[in-house]
Design a protein around this ligand. Structure first.
Ligand code: SF4
Length: 306
């Protein structure tokens, strides 16, 4: 029995079975990359737009044999089309309608999960999502928003390009459409303390998000953050394993138990990873998190102030 609300448990509760993401690269770009907001991207984002293992997707029918990671016990209908690379609502509406409709119509998928930015979910996109929900009532639509932190100073440092109220309003708008919201957060920003990370969790509790992906700040080759690290390894504090485990356990303890935890470790391309190298051993990280939760007698939400 896990001490936190796992993604598998969420899937079983809501869909009656375990589901697996298939990462898709729909050839999008990002306002933080195409010059609209910036051209260098978020400070930690690599050229793949956080989608290094994604299947190129242009609306083609996918079969089990097309999948990069095939799960032995999974069959058609046990997968989620995860639009992962770059900003997947940053394109003309007709293109989005065609891509999302194709994935929703594909029997391989139980639903779609759209990775995007809250400032790229305007009224037209929200209207499209509402329309798709009505057209494919047997499938689900989730949105994954890259927030990383609620703290403005960090957001400016990482060049996120939007302010917190934009995120808050978008979560509200998605809730009104009954679209579950999964939020991506990063722990280990050099300028953030554990208490600041916990404040991010408390903010997300108040917004009643549905899911969260927690991961550590990873320094990758080919990113501006990686370049700072390569120039001077001492310039920024890189979290060690014990620090990460302690902080993430505190975050889980402060996270509302209704929020499903989709991820607890980093997921970077191992070849590009410069630091912290311990994050390659995901199994060890997960085991240490479970161990500390047990030792400290912490379960998800047990540290929340009521
Ligand atoms: S918003 Fe996402 S895709 Fe765009 S630069 Fe930032 S991390 Fe990369």
């Amino acid at each position: 029995m896990e001490r936190y609300f796992t993604f598998s448990a969420y899937c079983r509760q809501n869909c009656g079975r375990k589901l697996y993401r298939v990462c898709l690269d729909a050839g999008m770009t990002c306002p933080n990359r195409d010059g609209t907001l910036g051209s260098r991207g978020c400070i930690f984002c690599d050229e793949g737009g956080s989608g290094d293992f994604a299947i190129p997707y242009h609306g083609q029918k996918l079969a089990l044999t097309d999948l990069i990671f095939n799960h032995q016990d999974a069959k058609e209908g046990d997968y989620i089309a995860y639009f992962q690379s770059y900003t997947n609502t940053y394109a003309p509406i007709e293109k989005l309608r065609s891509l999302f409709s194709a994935a929703l119509a594909d029997p391989l998928f139980a639903g779609i999960s759209i990775g995007t930015r809250p400032d790229c979910l305007g009224k037209d996109v929200l209207a499209l999502l509402k329309e798709l929900k009505q057209t494919y009532p047997q499938k689900f639509i989730w949105c994954e928003l890259g927030l990383q932190t609620i703290h403005e100073e960090t957001a400016v440092w990482m060049r996120r390009g939007y302010a917190l109220p934009v995120f808050d309003e978008t979560v509200q708008a998605l809730h009104e459409l009954e679209i579950p919201v999964i939020v991506h957060c990063i722990l280990g920003f050099p300028q953030e303390t554990e208490a600041m990370a916990v404040q991010t969790m408390e903010h997300l509790n108040a917004l009643k998000i549905d899911g969260i992906k927690l991961q550590l700040l990873q320094y990758l080759a080919g990113t501006d953050l990686g370049a700072i690290y390569q120039e001077d390894k001492e310039k920024l504090h890189v979290m060690d394993l014990e620090e990460y485990v302690h902080e993430i356990v505190q975050c889980i303890g402060h996270l509302d138990p209704s929020i499903a935890i989709h991820r607890l470790t980093g997921d970077a391309n191992g070849e590009l990873l410069l630091a912290p190298l311990w994050s390659r051993d995901k199994k060890k990280v997960l085991n240490m998190i479970r161990h500390e939760m047990k030792e400290e007698n912490i379960v998800q939400g047990s540290l929340e102030e009521k």
